[in-house]
Design a protein around this ligand. Structure first.
Ligand SMILES: *[C@@H]1O[C@H](CO)[C@@H](O)[C@H](O)[C@H]1NC(C)=O
Ligand SMILES: *[C@@H]1O[C@H](CO)[C@@H](O)[C@H](O)[C@H]1NC(C)=O
Ligand SMILES: *[C@@H]1O[C@H](CO)[C@@H](O)[C@H](O)[C@H]1NC(C)=O
Length: 366
């Protein structure tokens, strides 16, 4: 089984040296983020594939989290490919052996893990990957994430496609299945598994999302939101193919406000012809409101050190949690159109190159 996996990987990914397999060659086989995703996914551990000890070794330590968080903020601030190369890693020594950055398609900074373990075929740390779209190319301060590789269906593929089509700002992908370690327990919320990064705060996925949230502290509902993509079983929430929440239940009355990102996204989806409909907790008593989601709690105002144990009192409205049955997961165009209509293009906050030259011209004169 492992042998077959490694052979598959070798077909897609090129052997850089005798010791390590590099993910760099994904860039020569893919010309979209969706294509890169397909290549990277080959190195992500699936259900029941790791031991506890293997997972422990993959988890980031505090210094690695801090360095990765600082790197993400540097890239976000840089804009237009500035700092999107491996030279910047000199500032972040604890992660420099694991991470690569590549500027892709002229407007994406892809931050990904460099090395695959030749014995297992998995990325050494299974931290997943992050894409930051350049500030000028991206039109909306929308931050997408997908925490449940494989176990929720094809949601990484889906969110990669939606991110690209909507000219959003960031994409954060988990690098292992929610059930990668059989029978394990989250150190954060013991009713969930250790590798469930929507319910554990010790993963790089959570650290990266937290850094993006800090960067985008001023998130205007009009064109900004943190959208997390999930898949649900066909028997859950039978009335709605998609169930969209803000990370809190209906008791907060937030769902009556049509300006709230979760509410306007569900309404926009329903306004476009397609299979099934999207509901919010206002219309459906579905339990999957994501009130235990650690990133959702953070966005909704819970302190960083309390996200495991404390529910949020209210909701900021910036968090959007999308649960989907198969029919909804397959309607990427409908979601992309819904996002474009729910979140208007933000005014460009960065001067274009020509304007910038003009602005700086006077002071350059002798
Ligand atoms: C991603 O979705 C596309 C459909 O657009 C499909 O052709 C492709 O096989 C999917 N890739 C993976 C890795 O699931
Ligand atoms: C949600 O709350 C509103 C009142 O704010 C109520 O009208 C509605 O029926 C509730 N929805 C469900 C599914 O219970
Ligand atoms: C995770 O939550 C625990 C409390 O449950 C806290 O002590 C710890 O600092 C948190 N870790 C991170 C990385 O935020």
């Amino acid at each position: 089984m492992i042998f077959v996996r490694v052979v598959f990987f070798l077909l897609a990914i090129f052997v850089e040296s005798e010791r390590e397999i590099s993910a760099n060659s994904c860039f020569s086989v893919a010309d979209t983020i969706q294509g890169l995703n397909a290549c990277f996914e080959k190195g992500f551990p699936g259900d029941n594939t790791l031991s506890d000890a293997q997972w422990e070794r993959m988890l980031p330590d505090e210094e690695e989290m801090k360095n990765y968080q600082a790197l993400i903020k540097t890239v976000l601030r840089g804009g237009r490919g500035r700092f999107c190369n491996n030279k910047v890693l000199a500032l972040y020594p604890s992660i420099s052996n694991y991470i690569d950055l590549q500027h892709f398609q002229g407007h994406f900074c892809v931050i990904y893990e460099r090395n695959v373990d030749p014995e297992t075929g998995y990325f050494l740390r299974s931290w997943g990957y992050v894409v930051v779209a350049d500030d000028v190319w991206s039109r909306r301060d929308l931050h997408h994430s997908a925490p449940h590789f494989q176990s929720d269906g094809n949601v990484l593929n889906e969110s990669a496609a939606i991110f690209e089509r909507t000219q959003s700002r960031t994409l954060v992908m988990a690098g292992a299945s929610r059930y990668a370690v059989k029978g394990s327990k989250s150190t954060c919320q013991s009713e969930y598994s250790a590798t469930d990064c929507a319910h554990n705060n010790n993963t790089m996925f959570h650290a990266v999302n937290a850094a993006i949230f800090e960067y985008q502290a001023n998130c205007n509902h009009k064109s900004c939101a943190f959208i997390q993509w999930h898949g649900m079983a066909e028997t859950t929430c039978p009335i709605c193919s998609a169930f969209v929440s803000a990370g809190v239940s209906n008791h907060t009355a937030i769902y009556e406000d049509s300006r709230i990102p979760a509410v306007k996204l569900a309404a926009a989806f329903d306004g476009i012809e397609g299979v099934g409909r999207a509901c919010t907790p206002l219309e459906s008593a579905c339990k999957l409101v994501a009130s235990t989601n650690v990133f959702g709690r953070l966005v909704n105002g819970v302190a960083r050190e309390d996200v495991c144990t404390r529910r949020s009192v209210g909701a900021s409205g910036a968090f959007v949690h999308v649960e989907q049955r198969r029919a909804a997961r397959d309607q990427w165009d409908r979601w992309a159109r819904a996002i474009k209509s729910a979140f208007p293009v933000r005014p460009s906050h960065v001067p274009r190159p020509a304007e910038r030259r003009h602005l700086s011209a006077p002071s350059n004169r002798p």
